[in-house]
Design a protein around this ligand. Structure first.
Ligand code: PEP
Length: 253
């Protein structure tokens, strides 16, 4: 059985004070829960403060990006060592906003995935098609290309650590959710591809999150699908009651 994983991507939101307040509220209810993995991904500026709040709880910390480099003259970048120092365990890589606004290629994302795994950080590798690509019938081709590119050189054993997030770009922040059937179809395709790339054990172990306007109203149906192992949450992660409802839904799924 794969343990469900719900991660909140706070994006470029929350001052340190607001971030601490949200983390504290969540800690009050979920500090001890171990039924699912619960991950908070605040902006870099709030990582240290949120890390202090969730230390000694079961809540895990993630970052929204990471450099593929070890350190040095890379203005504006953050290296793995800086994240590990703050007890970050997960790193979101290849989010569609990074791909679109910061021109991140599959090759660069692959370097980051390999670096994260080498340094014992768990990548959450995001893939997903745009509305045009879905309408053109190329969803599987797009997702396959992103996965083949992003996963190059990944050891089959690493699929117990690595998480894949299927995030249809047209569903992110738009309020349009993929139906449970649409999402399951792509998740099953992704698991099949992992089987082809890394074997049956890897395919059975890898956790595949759905992301794209997941909210309390649609979470139960999505999380009941056989190949949906959790959620990567944007908007609904910014509020303790909606994020809490998603944690509860995943716990009951
Ligand atoms: C995301 O950006 O990863 C995301 C899923 O956002 P939202 O939940 O707001 O659609």
């Amino acid at each position: 059985m794969r343990k469900k994983i719900i991660a909140g991507n706070w994006k470029m939101n929350k001052t340190v004070e607001e971030a601490v307040e949200l983390a504290e509220e969540l800690k009050r209810c979920y500090a001890e829960q171990t039924a699912i993995d619960m991950v908070l991904c605040p902006p870099f500026t709030a990582l240290k403060s949120v890390s202090d709040v969730v230390s000694e709880s079961q809540i895990r910390l993630g970052s929204q990006n990471m450099s593929s480099e070890d350190g040095g003259a890379y203005t504006g970048e953050i290296a793995h060592g800086m994240l590990k120092e703050l007890f970050v365990r997960y790193v979101i890589l290849g989010h569609s906003e990074r791909r679109e606004y910061f021109a991140e290629s599959d090759a660069l994302i692959n370097q980051k995935v390999l670096k994260a795994l080498e340094k014992q950080l768990r990548p959450i590798l995001c893939v997903g098609e745009t509305l045009e690509q879905r309408e053109a019938g190329t969803t599987e081709q797009v997702v396959e290309q992103q996965l083949r590119g992003g996963l190059q050189g990944v050891d089959p054993m690493a699929f117990t650590e690595l998480v894949i997030a299927y995030e249809p770009v047209w569903a992110i922040g738009t309020g349009m959710t993929a139906s449970a059937e649409q999402a399951q179809e792509v998740h099953a395709f992704i698991r099949g591809l992992v089987r082809e790339l890394a074997g049956t054990e890897a395919a059975n172990a890898v956790r595949i999150q759905y992301g794209g306007s997941m909210k309390p109203a649609n979470a139960a149906e999505l999380l009941a699908q056989p190949d949906i192992d959790g959620g990567l949450i944007g908007g609904a992660a910014l509020d303790a009651s909606s994020f809490g409802a998603l944690i509860d839904a995943a716990t009951e799924a």
